[in-house]
Write a protein of this length. Structure first.
Length: 107
């Protein structure tokens, strides 16, 4: 939202995505896509610079590296115990060395 000043000195906020055109006759007229027209004190060049600054701020926030840090995070040490054991001192691993599967036993 950008701030503009009406003729009666009231501050009004306008969504810059809804602006169709800005006419600068003796007074500045902002036309929105729904047909509403607002007469403001501000010059057209200052309103345009506010719109550009607003869109630049939105783009800067969207491309901010801290926001993408979550997406760049790599899963590390998620599956440490999968695969062959690296340490023979663990009791479950030492017992499994001489273990024969149930389907190969003769009874």
């Amino acid at each position: 939202m950008i701030a503009v000043t009406r003729l009666d000195k009231q501050l009004m906020y306008v969504n810059p995505d809804h602006i169709i055109c800005i006419e600068e006759t003796p007074d500045t007229v902002i036309t929105l896509f729904n047909g509403n027209r607002y007469i403001v004190i501000d010059r057209a060049s200052s309103i345009i610079s506010r719109v550009v600054a607003f869109r630049a701020r939105i783009s800067r926030r969207a491309s901010f590296p801290a926001a993408k840090r979550y997406l760049r995070r790599t899963p590390t040490h998620r599956f440490d115990r999968v695969g062959k054991p690296q340490d023979d001192s663990h009791p479950d691993f030492s017992a499994s060395k001489n273990h024969t599967p149930f389907h190969t036993r003769d009874y």
